[in-house]
Write a protein that binds this ligand. Structure first.
Ligand code: SF4
Length: 478
């Protein structure tokens, strides 16, 4: 296996399983934005190499070991393959850890690198070992100026990423590479470095990640040996660019798994399961005492989850307030949407849909403030009046949607984007392409996408106003 697979498993327990055994025809092509990030990372690697020259080696242990034996100060671009061992007895302890609840946006392993104690073997017992071959592409190895092992220099792994700050997954990759180096050299490096977007060197203490790395490997191996992929637990932050997102989403349409219900996070899912609630239907019909018996959930969240399950089952909205509060209306209403490019650190497109009430009908016009050059951002920025529909929606109604993003709600209402595949990532990509190629068609795509976002917001507002008025009159006549 490759360390990239292990990292993918760290981010999502399901992704590498699908990569190996999933229906390949359901896989989406790699997002342009991901390709661009890959190129940006290569550019950063080239800058580091220019600033800190060193020896570049071909993939494979042989070339790497030769450069190390020769005492090269810095070694770029090698690939390492080695066998890692661990005690099988530890496996039992770690499966408990893997199932422990954790926050929704984070993976199961603790960020601080804390470890669970493995039960001691009975006296006289011989530990059983398991092993796996692991390969990893190395960005850079640097020679430790102070340390030597068996007369040879010791090398520390360096990982180059575009992130703004050190993340647990970067540290885990370094820890994995340190284990591989230790397997080849006999001494596991205790430290490594991250070079991030700002080109700063961040020291990383690797000892504290060792137990995590072993657990991650054995959990990954265990997951691969199972007949079914791990549960689908979607989160926007990790799924929106994933090539399996349509496949995972379709499960919602066909089987409505509990794990895909909005609000059922990674930490809440095992709590519900433990209480015997393992389906959307079971949650919708759960007696109050069953939900109250899950104190970690809290009464408010339990009620919210149950309403969400009922809306999903009935495929109908459930109003939280009766009658719903009226949305503010005005003779002229403004619907605002913004596109930003974190790569160039610029908010490049501010779109405004102006809806005016004329005598008999409404007049709708779209205006855009485009910073065709990043330095024009300041000129493009104006004061806008914004109606925060998202807050209003969450306060007032439970909808049968898989998430409460504008896109999902507007799609549920039947709104169609003129560029059906477009999303925020595409828009950023188009803007970057415009800056690189000066092909104005890229800007035009961004404008169409932004205008549709504004129109989707307007559609949502119109539906909310109509529905709220209908609910009010219904309540009055009852
Ligand atoms: S879409 Fe999300 S849940 Fe599905 S494999 Fe990708 S990251 Fe995992």
């Amino acid at each position: 296996m490759d360390t990239e697979e292990v990292l993918a498993f760290f981010r999502c327990r399901r992704l590498p399983y699908l990569d190996r055994f999933g229906p390949q025809e359901a896989k989406l092509p790699t997002e342009n934005l991901l390709e661009q990030w890959r190129r940006d990372r290569q550019a950063l690697q080239a800058t580091v190499l220019e600033q800190f020259p060193g020896e570049e080696v071909a993939p494979g242990n042989e070339a790497l070991l030769a450069a190390m034996a020769a005492g090269a100060e810095r070694i770029y671009g090698g690939q390492i393959v080695a066998e890692l061992f661990w005690e099988a007895e530890a496996e039992l302890a770690s499966s408990e850890v893997a199932l422990a609840p954790s926050p929704e946006t984070e993976v199961e392993l603790p960020e601080d690198g804390s470890t669970n104690k493995t039960p001691a073997l009975p006296p006289g017992a011989v530990p059983e070992f398991r092993s796996v071959w692991v390969s990893s592409s190395l960005d850079l190895l640097i020679r430790d100026p102070a340390l030597r092992s068996q007369g040879r220099p010791v090398y520390l792994p360096v990982h180059i990423r575009l992130g703004k700050r050190p993340k647990p997954e970067y540290e885990l990759l370094l820890a994995l590479q340190a284990e591989l180096l230790g397997s080849l050299e006999g001494q596991v490096p205790k430290h490594g470095f991250l070079i991030l977007k700002d080109k700063e060197w961040y020291p990383v203490e690797l000892d504290r990640r060792r137990a995590q790395v072993r657990r991650l490997l054995q959990d990954y191996l265990r997951s691969l040996s199972r007949p079914e992929p791990p549960q689908v637990l979607m989160a926007r932050s990790r799924c929106h660019l994933c090539h399996w997102r349509n496949y995972c989403r379709q499960l919602n349409a066909t089987t409505q798994p509990l794990s895909l219900l909005p609000g059922v996070t990674r930490s809440r899912y095992p709590l519900l399961q433990k209480a015997g609630i393992d389906s959307v239907e079971a949650l919708a019909n759960a007696p109050p005492e069953t939900l109250q018996a899950i104190p970690q959930l809290g009464a408010r969240v339990a009620l919210q989850l149950q309403l969400q399950a009922r809306a999903a089952l009935s495929r109908q909205p459930i109003w939280l307030q009766s009658p719903p509060p009226a949305l503010p209306t005005a003779p002229v209403e403004l619907y605002f949407d913004i596109e930003a490019d974190p790569r160039h650190n610029v908010a490049y497109l501010l779109g405004l849909l102006v809806v005016e009430q004329a005598e008999e009908h409404k007049v709708v016009n779209y205006y855009s403030c485009l910073a065709a050059e990043p330095q024009e951002e300041g000129q493009a920025w104006q004061q806008f009046l914004e109606v925060d529909l998202h807050t209003w929606v969450r306060r007032s109604v439970v909808l049968p949607v898989e998430s409460y993003s504008l896109k999902n709600i507007a799609r549920w209402l039947g709104f169609k984007w003129r560029l059906p595949e477009a999303n925020g990532a595409y828009s950023i990509y188009w803007y970057s392409q415009w800056l690189e190629t000066r092909d104005r068609r890229y800007l035009e795509q961004s404008l169409i996408y932004n205008e549709d976002d504004c129109r989707a917001t307007y559609r949502l507002k119109a539906w909310l106003s109509q529905s709220a008025a209908f609910e009010s009159s219904r309540v009055e006549t009852e």
